[in-house]
Design a protein around this ligand. Structure first.
Ligand code: ZN
Length: 222
């Protein structure tokens, strides 16, 4: 399938883990583009979520790219395990990577797309030196750690600045947003220049179900 101009990436953080396979299949048949996996280590962020075993299970459940977001200290220690489990993209936080350039090189060497992300309180200049070497830039639009948070509107200008920076160097990298994305907030982050959208609660807790949730987000994009 050709990649779409706008990517919808349901985050399984809000999925029902007793029915994870069925819920991922529902996302895929409803037209989701990637499956986003929020990995939290209980150190970099207070919450503790999932590891390579879940990624390996997701890999068996879908052919969609697995967009793995590592909210972990010292991510270089776990890159290989997640790559072997079937991650397609590995995104690391600049706040956790003193050797960001080499960490991104390592991700590429493992055969994965390399992503970098930054928290709402981190300046875009922190990732400017590596923008030319990433496949994906993820802007956190909430403070990472939990699902179903409220979108922080002050992150919107940061999306616009990164869109200009990527365009200025001719980068085809995806500009992804994560946190509080819903039918209500999606149009404004799209307008700011994002082209990949993570949604957890807005898909898995949508009152009319996963398929309707994805359709509503796709509608908000059109
Ligand atoms: Zn995420």
């Amino acid at each position: 399938m050709a990649e779409q101009a706008h990517i919808l990436a349901p985050s399984i953080l809000s999925a029902d883990f007793l029915h994870l396979g069925e819920q991922i299949a529902a996302c895929e048949s409803a037209g989701a583009d990637w499956i986003h996996v929020d990995v939290m280590d209980g150190h970099f962020v207070p919450n503790l979520t999932m590891g390579p075993l879940i990624v390996e299970a997701c890999r068996r459940a879908t052919k969609l790219p697995l967009d793995v977001h590592l909210m972990v200290e010292s991510p270089e220690r776990v890159l290989e395990a997640f790559a072997q489990a079937g991650a397609s993209h590995l995104t690391v936080h600049v706040e956790t990577c003193p050797n960001l350039h080499s960490t991104l090189q390592e991700i590429r060497a493992l055969g994965c797309a390399a992503g970098v992300t930054l928290n709402p309180g981190t300046l875009v200049t922190a990732i400017e030196p590596v923008l030319h070497m990433v496949d994906l830039v993820l802007v956190m639009t909430v403070n990472p750690g939990y699902s179903n948070q409220t979108f922080l509107p002050e992150t919107r200008p940061k999306i616009a600045v990164l869109r200009r920076m990527l365009d200025a160097i001719g980068s085809p990298a995806w500009l992804e947003v994560d946190g509080g994305i819903s039918v209500q907030t999606l149009p404004e982050v799209r307008q700011a220049g994002a082209n990949a959208f993570v949604a957890a609660h807005a898909v898995f807790a949508y009152p009319k179900g996963i398929t309707a949730g994805i359709e509503a987000l796709r509608e908000a994009l059109s």
